[in-house]
Design a binder for this molecule. Structure first.
Ligand code: PRP
Length: 209
């Protein structure tokens, strides 16, 4: 038998949703369910091996070909780009990128350069470049909602899921930037060398989404 297809999953919610999907496909995910602190787990009956990694690292491992496939959010793909194939929109992990400001703030008025805080500087830069709008982008590591409250930024480009974080902090969406969901990606060489196995998996997944 060929060596197992290695698939890197983004630890946390996307991991759980993907393993749920594999369960639904009838794969034996016992090792993943009983993983403890292990990071590489076999799914023997599907000749697969699951690797648990942080979102950015999923892309790094797939790009370098040490993992054949990966499951990662469109948010990470949009921020990192990279050389790999995006194969399937898995439909889970749905949320969006949005531009938000303090409630009632007239973001598009005035001529001064606006300051944007974000964990996703490339996404924010592209969004405003497309508008032909000059902005200063400040990278923040988390709880980006703080930046306008502390008056570091006029607005934020961030992930919005339920909208609760914005609401509870007196902020509001003024524009959607892009929809987000989990994507199945593959290494470009793996896709050629293991075409049949990968296509079989894609077909199974698409039939069960
Ligand atoms: C994300 C995002 C928002 C929040 C949105 O943060 O950056 O802060 O979730 O979710 P909501 O619309 O359902 O309220 P995360 O929990 O990943 O934490 P972080 O900002 O500290 O990275």
């Amino acid at each position: 038998m060929n060596k197992p297809i290695r698939i890197a999953l983004t630890k946390g919610r996307l991991e759980k949703d993907t393993v749920g999907l594999f369960d639904k496909l009838g794969f034996d995910c016992t090792a993943v369910h009983e993983k403890g602190r292990k990071l590489i787990l076999p799914i023997p009956d599907a000749n697969m091996e699951v690797v648990l990694a942080k979102a950015n690292d999923v892309i790094t491992y797939v790009e370098h070909g040490v993992c054949d496939m990966g499951v990662v959010g469109k948010d990470t793909i949009m921020e990192m780009h990279g050389k790999f194939f995006e194969l399937v929109d898995l439909g889970f992990g749905r949320c969006k990128f949005a531009l938000a400001t303090k409630k009632g703030y007239d973001f598009y008025s005035g001529y001064g350069v606006k300051t944007i805080a974000t964990k996703y500087p490339n996404v924010a830069r592209n969004f405003f470049e497309k508008k032909g709008m000059d902005t200063e982008i400040i990278k923040i590591e988390g709880s980006v909602e703080l930046a306008p409250l502390l008056e570091l930024a006029d607005g934020i480009v961030d992930i919005v899921e339920t909208g609760t974080t914005l609401k509870e902090n007196g902020l509001e969406v003024i524009e959607d930037v892009a929809p987000i969901s989990a994507r199945l990606i593959a290494n470009t060489v793996s896709l050629k060398l293991r075409k049949d196995e990968i296509n079989r998996l894609i077909k199974l997944i698409e039939e069960n989404l």
